[in-house]
Design a protein around this ligand. Structure first.
Ligand code: AMP
Length: 273
């Protein structure tokens, strides 16, 4: 595994690579969720690049940029053991300069749900993903369905800006008790971790209602909010795959999304039905 921090050096290194290149962008503190993206990229491509870059522009003032978990040595070992070809490990100055050209997330879809409580978050996400995709020029790039709005906006960006990369969605990996894996789970105390199980419980409850043919989204959201009782709820939404409101669940075209705060930790999760 080669580790490269300079974008131009990486571009040059990848220039001679033949065959499909898979790319997995991450912010580090790698867990089984990240590993499943890497495995899929390994299966589907001849060459795999993973990036670890804690992107400052997607954090708002007062958020957890400075306390975000850092596990550089463990991350490098995980990448090595996962059989990747290149780890792109840049510093902030390698990626950003002064007086930057930036991308803006779309006015509606970028500023609802997570974008409502974190305005400008998705501007930062799209800007860094655009930069990373331009540096790596992958055939395919892998993103978790767990960050459904991020996945939706990146897919929109690639389509609307006529970029030639295939965006591959990857299923959410959970702990055995149902909690979706997240680098931010490290912030949770024991008691908070138990409280956080209400998130997946609310999604399972939604799934169970749908399996009983209860499809009215208002009814499902009401019951989900009951399950989430005691947590600060940012949103509970039931949308179609284009992120438009639904009155009734449409099987094969529905995403149910939750974002809550447990203690001081913002957690999100969803299921795709
Ligand atoms: P992050 O390091 O949090 O920016 O995540 C990097 C990538 O891993 C993103 O595409 C996430 O959606 C994805 N990811 C994070 N958690 C999970 C999970 N539990 N299961 C699958 N993918 C995940």
């Amino acid at each position: 595994m080669k580790i490269i921090s300079n974008p131009l050096e990486l571009k040059e290194y990848l220039h001679v690579v033949k065959g499909p290149v898979g790319f997995v962008p991450t912010m580090g503190a790698l867990h089984e969720g990240h590993i499943s993206l890497i495995k899929k990229a390994r299966e589907e491509n001849d060459f795999v690049v993973v990036s670890i870059f804690l992107n400052p522009t997607q954090f708002l003032k007062g958020e957890d940029l400075d306390s975000y978990p850092k596990k550089d040595d463990a991350d490098k070992k995980i990448c090595e053991m996962s059989g990747i070809d290149v780890l792109f490990f840049p510093q902030v100055d390698d990626v950003y300069c002064r007086d930057e050209v930036t991308l803006n997330a779309p006015n509606v879809r970028g500023f609802v749900l997570e974008g409502n409580s974190r305005p400008s978050h998705f501007n930062g996400v799209l800007t860094v993903v655009m930069k990373l995709l331009n540096i790596v020029s992958p055939t395919r790039a892998y993103f978790g369905k767990k960050d459904a709005q991020q996945l939706n906006l990146i897919s929109l960006m690639v389509k609307q800006l006529f970029m030639s990369v295939e965006i591959v969605p990857v299923d959410t990996i959970r702990d055995s008790d149902g909690l979706a894996l997240s680098s931010r789970n490290a912030y949770l105390s024991k008691a908070e971790r138990v409280e956080a199980l209400k998130i997946s419980s609310s999604l399972y409850r939604a799934g169970s209602l749908v399996s009983k043919n209860i499809l009215e989204t208002d009814e499902i959201k009401k019951e989900m909010r009951e399950t989430l009782d005691g947590l600060e709820i940012f949103y509970v939404e039931i949308l179609n795959r284009d992120f438009e409101q639904l009155l009734h669940v449409e099987l094969g075209n529905t995403v149910i999304l939750v974002e809550v705060k447990v203690g001081n930790t913002r957690l999100l999760d969803n299921i795709w039905l």
